[in-house]
Design a protein around this ligand. Structure first.
Ligand code: DCP
Ligand code: MG
Length: 240
């Protein structure tokens, strides 16, 4: 009963109270496919990925994982099958090492350090008062947005869930760090169904399908080359 990681959005419409956020969304992502989602703030990007983990349920249509409606999944199994690097990373009031190992409590210190190195987090962690034993989070040392994102990427590197969601995973890091992390993210994505939400063309251009969202509707979709030929919204982002 291993989860393969096929994800299908079948005519999904979703609203928060009266606010329609997604309309008639169809996405077919068989196991291993890389889907990128772009769109302005408020377009509905995070709402799409929220439905996979069942943080919310759609009012119309279905979200399927391995051909089974996510509503029929055991919630624990479903959420364990999805590894998420969120836009706003949540850190526990605990040591950096435990924050990285969250989701894989049996990780060895060597594994934790390797993940942190791949996520470009090792250097700043070593500069903290107690290195990997430094307590962060609400009752500990504060971290910048970019540092938190790198902890979250290290965390995702440790667990091997078949579905991966990167929601603006590098939005708070500078270009140089993003470039360095890119390699680790590529390794992270290999063999997993991946949803990449990003604003930069560099982060999405290799995806199997790029989806452009506008006010909750898909207005363009295709590969990088196909979308450039369209000379539409994606082309305009590319030219800027
Ligand atoms: N919304 C809401 N209630 C929530 C979350 C969002 O009413 N609890 C609204 C705000 C937006 C719309 O839903 O109008 C879509 O929100 P998303 O978070 O899905 O938007 P994005 O992820 O695309 O925006 P951003 O790029 O800012 O992350
Ligand atoms: Mg969002």
């Amino acid at each position: 009963d291993k989860v393969r990681g096929d994800v299908l959005f079948d005519n999904v419409t979703f609203k928060y109270e009266d606010n329609v956020v997604l309309q008639d969304i169809d996405i077919d992502a068989p196991a291993g496919k890389k889907v990128a989602i772009m769109g302005a703030t408020g377009a509905g990007k995070t709402s799409i990925v929220n439905l996979i983990c069942r943080f919310y349920d759609p009012q119309k249509g279905r979200v399927l994982v391995d051909n089974v409606d996510v509503r029929d999944w055991d919630l624990k199994t479903l959420r364990r099958s999805v590894s998420v690097v969120m836009q706003e990373t949540f850190l526990f009031s605990d040591t950096i090492a435990n924050n990285i190992a969250y989701g894989k409590d049996d990780a060895s210190m060597d594994e934790i350090i390797a993940a942190a190195k791949a996520a470009c987090a090792h250097d700043f962690i070593m500069e903290m008062p107690e290195g990997y034993d430094t307590v962060v989070g609400e009752r500990g040392v504060g971290l910048s947005g970019g540092q938190k994102q790198r902890i979250a990427i290290a965390r995702a590197l440790l667990v091997s869930a078949p579905i991966l969601i990167l929601d603006d995973a590098t939005s708070s890091v500078d270009m140089e760090t993003e470039h360095k992390i890119q390699q680790a993210l590529k390794r992270l994505m290999a063999g997993r169904t991946t949803f990449i939400i990003a604003h930069r063309i560099s982060a999405v251009k290799d995806a199997d399908e790029i989806i452009i969202l506008e006010n909750g509707r898909i207005v363009e979709r295709g590969t990088h080359d196909q979308l450039l030929k369209l000379r539409g919204v994606y082309y305009d982002i590319f030219r800027d």
